[in-house]
Design a protein around this ligand. Sequence first.
Ligand SMILES: Cc1cc2nc3c(=O)[nH]c(=O)nc-3n(C[C@H](O)[C@H](O)[C@H](O)COP(=O)(O)OP(=O)(O)OC[C@H]3O[C@@H](n4cnc5c(N)ncnc54)[C@H](O)[C@@H]3O)c2cc1C
Length: 392
Amino acid sequence: MPERTRVAVIGAGPAGLLLSHLLARHGIESVVLDSRSREQIETTVRAGVLEQGTVEVLDRTGASDRVLTAGQKHEGIEIRFGDEGHRIDFTGTVGRAVWLYPQHEVLKDLVAARLAAGQDLRFQVTARRVEDAGTDRPRVLAEDAEGDPVEIEADVVVGADGSRGVTREAVTGAHGGYFREYPFAWFGVLCEAPPSAEELIYSNSPNGFALISRRSAGVQRMYFQCDPATDTGAYTEERLWEILQSRVPGTTLREGRIFQRDVLRFRSFVAHEMRRGRVVLVGDAAHTVPPTGAKGMNLAVADVVLLTEALRALLLDRDETLFDAFPATARRRIWKAQHFSWWMTNLLHLQPGASDFDRLRQIGELRTVVESDHGRAHLAEAYTGWPLPAVR
Ligand SMILES: Cc1cc2nc3c(=O)[nH]c(=O)nc-3n(C[C@H](O)[C@H](O)[C@H](O)COP(=O)(O)OP(=O)(O)OC[C@H]3O[C@@H](n4cnc5c(N)ncnc54)[C@H](O)[C@@H]3O)c2cc1C
């Protein structure tokens, strides 16, 4: 006999954990499964920039009581090209800000909150497939760490299982989506060093893009544009510092031991469908963005805020209106975020084979943004995030 729950959530990333936290506030029971261990989930380094709306959701719903104390508020970023630096003042232009607080810290807070509330959160349980999507009793067929089968029947199954999960196939088929790949990637490093600048630097240099980000007082995150086929072992530590330094003329980087490297490929994807019957996709399972606009995790949070209201109405009031409308409502923000991520990427990166015309046009576009109040406000509004509906 399958186990029963109201909402079966596949994936304990930001989307799945936050959804189960918000549902519990309405008294809606859920089971969350993740194929990884708690330790893996809590130590994988990914996102770091949280929109103001994301921070408000985490803080106001008790999902994280550390985001405001341990996170760093940033009221602007620097856009650099040629030898010019231009500050985009978020607070001065749109009255909003972002917070730097690593995704794995958000996950630690969410896991702790789920377990403290006695919620059903299962690690090392891998969903193999979702069945009966078209019925009102969809099922998750999974396997635990010992290889024993786990079967869960629910009122609704939510695929929060990221870009390589299994739920997408049940909803939209293996390749059912709008897709774009980019001819470059980011080489990311984590290093033990003090910050090189007060605010994030997004630099369009003649050698290619670099992002000088921050993690904490003693650990920094930096990225530079590279070929997608680059191997993480391709460069010595000395060479990595030379490349990074050459891409931020005007700033002297403070160097230190590099202890993690990764190559991050760029993809834009939006699933053709976000819902089939009672099976729904949220977060990276439904869409991915290139990281330049820092939108991935924030978009996952936005999906979850909308879906929580839709599930509350469906499961508590038997009102299907918001649930039916969920994909169309969510897609309005998804496509805005897709556009912003694509635009920031093309604005700041060196396109392979770019002609002199292409380069000079790009500098013209950068000037259109940084030399205009409206241009700066456009960037600030999108980067800090469009407002979210209030959470109850
Ligand atoms: C280096 C990097 C930097 C980034 N920077 C930013 C940033 O600054 N700001 C931002 O907003 N976004 C950023 N992102 C994107 C962000 O990390 C993702 O968009 C976010 O993690 C999406 O959350 P999610 O919960 O939808 O999916 P995920 O975080 O991918 O979680 C999915 C979960 O599902 C589990 N899972 C998968 N398949 C199964 C299965 N079959 N059964 C059970 N469990 C399964 C996985 O183990 C995982 O824990 C960045 C990403 C990377 C890689």
